[in-house]
Design a protein around this ligand. Structure first.
Ligand code: 2P0
Length: 322
């Protein structure tokens, strides 16, 4: 019987992933690019229980709900089939993100689960293979295997869809939690609806593929300004495509738009900051590290604020044979 513990951090995309070309293999419609954070870690322990009838999954000390437990079991089934094992597992996961900040993400969760379960089931996988494995749990988890800036190549099959590191300018992220409430519609469901009903979906996928190329070039050139400009336009394009769904889905609230306004004002005042937002109302602002304090002061009053930076990809912490 083997136990393994891994730790992973969430990531925030600068070029977003929104839409799948293959739901089974979890292949994205386009590539994406993100920064793995140095905060809000998920720590997950997987312990094999060969005599147990089923898996068990506890999140933050409480038994997870049926939907979450089933998603974990489906993921473990993949790991078991590769390892040639039928042993069930107990999975205990602890999330450091405040609930509702929009950061208690499946990215850190499935990245930590991929690393811990691969070790517990004795699969010898390198980082690229772990990134591919994490992808099967949740798309954004693909990128949380990588330190700092990560580019997730869309790929056209299981082997070619993984994330790898890339160089880029130093940056800070200022997270503005304007509304700590849970989102009503999951990313997965909203992606399906966008792909099925939004007349802008094809344009979104095409433009994201182009933005990704331009973003990768801006990162390699260390061009913070261009990185910021692409980040903000890509986020607004994603929300435009989502909002055009039928029935519409609108994640950005007036409080979110007020942060976009404040960021525009900062730029007019000579401080370079750019805004992005995921599938919820909260806004993440990027700046050069030396400007982060000034940006957070300017945004005070818009919500709870935290400043984060680049963090490590998912790592194995302990492994023991019992
Ligand atoms: C991203 N998001 O690139 C985008 C931007 C949210 C908005 O990836 O269905 O939880 O598990 O692959 O990864 C959120 O979607 O969805 C997401 P699944 P996931 O970060």
């Amino acid at each position: 019987m083997t136990t393994a513990t891994a730790r992973a951090h969430p990531n925030i995309a600068l070029v977003k992933y929104w839409g799948k070309r293959d739901e089974e293999l979890m292949l994205p419609a386009a590539g994406s690019l993100s920064l793995t954070l140095d905060a809000y870690a998920t720590t997950t322990t997987v312990s094999l229980e060969p005599s147990a009838a089923g898996d068990r999954f506890a999140l933050n000390g409480a038994e997870a709900d049926a939907g979450q437990a089933e998603r974990v079991t489906r993921f473990l089934d993949l790991v078991r089939s590769r390892a040639g094992s039928t042993a069930r597992a107990v999975v205990r996961s602890h999330n450091e993100a405040p609930t509702g900040a929009g950061l208690a993400s499946s990215a850190s969760g499935f990245a930590a689960l991929a690393v811990a379960s691969a070790a517990a089931y004795d699969l010898d996988l390198d980082r690229e293979e772990l990134s591919r494995l994490a992808r099967r749990g949740s798309g954004s988890a693909t990128r949380s295997l990588v330190d700092g800036l990560a580019i997730w190549h869309a790929g056209d099959d299981d082997a070619s869809s993984f994330a790898e590191p890339l160089e880029g300018p130093a940056m800070s992220m200022i997270i503005v939690t304007v509304d700590p409430g849970q989102k009503k519609i999951s990313s997965r469901e909203a992606m399906r609806r966008t792909a099925r009903t939004s007349p802008y979906y094809t344009a979104w996928v095409d433009s994201t593929a182009r933005s990704l190329e331009e973003m990768a070039a801006a990162c390699r050139a260390g061009d913070f300004t261009r990185v910021g400009e692409i980040t903000e336009s890509n986020a607004l394009r994603m929300h435009a495509a989502i909002q055009a769904s039928d029935p519409p889905i609108r994640y950005l609230r007036s409080a979110s738009l007020a942060v976009f306004d404040a960021v525009e004002q900062l730029r007019a005042d000579g401080v370079e900051a750019y805004a992005t937002a995921d599938a919820g109302p909260n806004v993440v602002v990027i700046s050069r590290p030396e400007d982060a304090r000034a940006v957070s002061r300017h945004l005070a009053g818009h919500g709870e604020i935290s400043i984060v930076g680049a963090g490590p990809g998912a790592q194995l912490i302990t492994e023991e044979d019992c």
